[in-house]
Structures are given as structure tokens and as C-alpha cells.
Design a protein around this ligand. Structure first.
Ligand code: ZN
Ligand code: ZN
Length: 298
């Protein structure tokens, strides 16, 4: 169970599926190496073996948005979110806007994003768009979500108050998701009030001091607004922090959060999957129940 330095490159074990499965509400398949079609199939099959029935692969630049839409068309387990990551807001030219807007018309593109504000990389990476440019791009993504009727996937890093300001000024789309929710109890209560979804990632399973407030916040989220995500290849859940992350790892997060919320893992898996289907209007292909699939595989 050690997650010491020696284990760094060792992928976490593939967990047992939970109940009828889990939906990974936010991942980056291309960043997991899945631009190689063979790797894509391996990543998806590993996810299936862990009971992950569907996932939303999310773009961070235009090439990634095009690839995400392609991946969603290529496999029924994959859905796509398209947009430009806030750190890349400098690239939101007129051509990029038109291209992203075109992609939203594809039936398996189920969300706009990830967009929002990132005030972490602004001071750490020279090519990160400044906050005023990010804000303008965020407003454009909000408007696009409203015009297309798609949910908006928000990236909020060190920017809770500024995000709330922009949402108040522009008006939040009817379906709004805080991906990799990193808020405190106050933001959790605000989400509850507004009916905004909060997607919990591996960060909510961490045991460091920063995670303590996030874990308190996770307890305040109403069940009907909780999503779970890997944000792979980053943010591998406890106790595998620092190792490579993939959609198959999501049951580790669900089990940890279910324990925190003092509820059966099956319940959190089912409710969060239902929430994801509702939020993103996922048209999942009917599939045999996992227990049947496991039996016939034996
Ligand atoms: Zn993000
Ligand atoms: Zn992401």
C-alpha cells in the first residue's frame, strides 16, 4: 500500500467494480497517451474492467477538442467536452471560437469546457494567459453554453471569488459543473443553493492540511449534485497519490469518499453516475449488468 517514491511509476491496482458501475465525469484521455488508438482501447478496457461505464474526456486546447470529439464518436463509452483551458485563453481567436462552436453541434459533445479562471499558473508559467484575458474567454464559454444548451464545465484554481463574480455578472448557464471542486464549506453551500454540480476528484481524498477543508466541504454537498472524476492523468487518489492516473482509478475515489460521507460505496457510485447522466444528458448504450458480464467472462 506504500506510495513512496519507489512506487512513482507503478500504476495503482485495478479496483473491483462497484455495484452497477461509475461514471468518470472529467478526464483527459489524450493526456493519458490515448491519441495512440491502441492505447485508447487499452485505457477504455481497463476502465470497463473497473466498472467505469462512461467518461467525459475534456479538451484543453483546440487540437485536444477536435480529438475529444473524434474519440467520443469512435467509442460508445466516451463523451466529449470542448473548449479552451483558461491558461490557454490567449489562443481564443475568432477562428478558434468558430471551430469550438462547430464541435458543440456534434451529438456526442456533451459539454462546453473546461473554462474558468486559473490564478495558480498565472504567476508560475510565462505562457499562461493573464486573468483579464481568462475572464473574457470565460464569459465567451458561458455564453456558448447558454446558446447551445450544453452544461458548462468550470475550472477553478485559486479563483473561487473571481469565478463567482463572473457567474453573477454573466449569469450562470442552467447546468453548471465545478470540476475538480476545490472549494470550502461556503462554496459547497453556494453550489447547493444554486443547484451547481460539484465534481470531486482525487484531491478530495488527500490527507494533507489543504484537503481537510475540502473534505469538510465534500460532506456538505447534497447527494444529487455530487459528481466524481479522475481528471486523469493528474491527481491520482489516495493512497496512490503521485502515481499515474487513469479513468479505471475512479472506484478508489468513490470508496474513499463514501467512507468519508458515511454511506455505502454502491450508493455514491449509483447516485453520482445518475447525476452525471442527468447533467450531461449521456445517452449510454445499454450494456449487460456488470455481474452478468463478469460471470460470462469466467
Ligand atoms: Zn481543470
Ligand atoms: Zn481537467
Amino acid at each position: 500500500m506504500g506510495s513512496g517514491r519507489g512506487d512513482r511509476n507503478v500504476p495503482p491496482p485495478v479496483p473491483e467494480p462497484i455495484g452497477d458501475g461509475v461514471v468518470d465525469a472529467h478526464t483527459h484521455l489524450d493526456a493519458c497517451g490515448a491519441r495512440d488508438p491502441e492505447v485508447l482501447v487499452q485505457v477504455l478496457d481497463r476502465a470497463t474492467s473497473a466498472g467505469v461505464t462512461a467518461m467525459v474526456t475534456t479538451a484543453d486546447d483546440l487540437a485536444s477538442a477536435r480529438w475529444a470529439a473524434w474519440a467520443a464518436d469512435s467509442d460508445p463509452r466516451v463523451f466529449a467536452a470542448v473548449g479552451l483551458h483558461p491558461t490557454r485563453s490567449n489562443d481564443l481567436t475568432d477562428d478558434a471560437r468558430a471551430a469550438i462552436e462547430d464541435l458543440t453541434a456534434r451529438p456526442r459533445v456533451v459539454a462546453v469546457g473546461e473554462s474558468g479562471l486559473d490564478d495558480y499558473w498565472t504567476t508560475r508559467r510565462e505562457d499562461c494567459a493573464p486573468l483579464d484575458v481568462q475572464r473574457e474567454a470565460f464569459a465567451w464559454h458561458i455564453d456558448l453554453a447558454k446558446r447551445t444548451g450544453l452544461p458548462l464545465v468550470i475550472h477553478d484554481r485559486d479563483a473561487h471569488d473571481a469565478i463567482l463574480d463572473v457567474l453573477a455578472a454573466e449569469g450562470a448557464p442552467p447546468t453548471t459543473v465545478f470540476h475538480c471542486f476545490s472549494g470550502d464549506v461556503a462554496l459547497a453551500e453556494r453550489c447547493a443553493q444554486e443547484g451547481w454540480y460539484a465534481s470531486l476528484s482525487g484531491t478530495a481524498t488527500f490527507r494533507n492540511a489543504n484537503a481537510a477543508e475540502l473534505r469538510r466541504a465534500a460532506l456538505r454537498l447534497p447527494a444529487e449534485l455530487v459528481l466524481v472524476e479522475t481528471d486523469a492523468p493528474f491527481l491520482t487518489p489516495h493512497p496512490y497519490r503521485g502515481r499515474p492516473n487513469e479513468p479505471y482509478c475512479i472506484p478508489h475515489t468513490v470508496r474513499d469518499l463514501a467512507e468519508l460521507r458515511d454511506e455505502p460505496a454502491e450508493r455514491l457510485a449509483r447516485i453520482s453516475a445518475d447525476n452525471a447522466r442527468r447533467a450531461f444528458q449521456l445517452a449510454e448504450q445499454p450494456q449487460p449488468s456488470l455481474s452478468v458480464a463478469r460471470e460470462s467472462a469466467q
